[in-house]
Design a binder for this molecule. Structure first.
Ligand SMILES: N[C@@H](CC(=O)c1ccccc1NC=O)C(=O)O
Length: 248
């Protein structure tokens, strides 16, 4: 199923029958990807006194309760509500779902014992491109990233001036394969989050950060259309399923 998209007076062809899903699903397994020092998600039959919501247990339907944390347990998209005192819901602020996106690959560099993504690396990878959405795949890119237990591992993160550069380019949606764009233990500074949303000035309410994506090696760097939607929870963050379509 092919379609032509006209965007800023340019025509792009994509094939809707060839979606490239870059989400990590949420399971109740111990090996579910995890960060921020909490247990695995729970997905289990609802239980009342003499009722278990499971067909094998005798119920007419499967009727499962789910308990998870969007920031800790899989691909999720967040808005400025993640760091603001005032409640802000990603479901309210993400109101368009197709964006021109660029996939880039970065090997974080070592700075003072941390692995970081620098402005220089982003500048080189993007060249003259100014997409609305930026998808960053970091190297190494083992498939085990989909199951990694990140707590206390000090994963790579994005430097503040690199994020100022992202904002200045007008990138409204940033997607990364890391648990956070900031250092795991930073005493709450959250410099990259704040730079991205322009937190101390005119806040970019409609801008989003998607964390815990996984971009398989089979997806080449380059330009795509991105379909980005969240489960409609009214919360700062919600599980999401970013899907790329190669521009043909
Ligand atoms: N680095 C922060 C913590 C943090 O960033 C965080 C904590 C819990 C859940 C998500 C977090 N950041 C996600 O982007 C701190 O050390 O206070």
């Amino acid at each position: 199923m092919k379609t032509t998209i006209t965007h800023n007076a340019i025509q792009y062809k994509i094939d809707l029958s060839k979606p490239l899903d870059i989400s990590i699903p949420i399971t109740s397994k111990k090996v579910n990807v995890n960060a921020w020092y909490i247990d695995a998600p729970k997905i289990e039959p609802h239980r009342e006194k003499d009722f278990t919501g499971s067909v094998p247990a005798g119920a007419s339907t499967n009727f499962y309760d789910i308990s998870f944390n969007p920031h800790a347990h899989g691909t999720h998209t967040e808005c400025v509500g993640h760091i603001s005192a005032a409640h802000q819901s990603v479901n309210q602020h993400l109101q368009q779902f197709f964006f021109l996106a660029e996939v880039i690959t970065i090997t974080p560099s070592e700075v003072q014992g941390d692995l970081v993504i620098t402005k220089d690396q982003l500048e080189k990878a993007l060249g003259s491109k100014t997409p609305t959405a930026l998808v960053i795949r970091t190297l190494p890119n083992e498939a085990s990233k989909r199951k990694r237990q990140y707590s206390h591992t000090n994963p790579p993160y994005i430097l503040e001036d690199a994020m100022v550069f992202v904002r200045a380019l007008g990138i409204a949606h940033l997607l990364v394969d890391l648990p956070s764009v900031d250092k795991e233990k930073d005493d709450g500074k959250l410099l990259a989050h704040k730079a991205f949303w322009n937190f101390n000035e005119e806040v970019r309410l409609n801008a989003t950060i998607t964390e815990f994506i996984y971009v398989p090696d089979s997806i080449a760097d380059g330009s795509y259309f991105l379909n980005l939607q969240v489960a409609p929870f009214e919360n700062d963050a919600s599980p999401s399923r970013p899907v790329l379509y190669k521009i043909e």
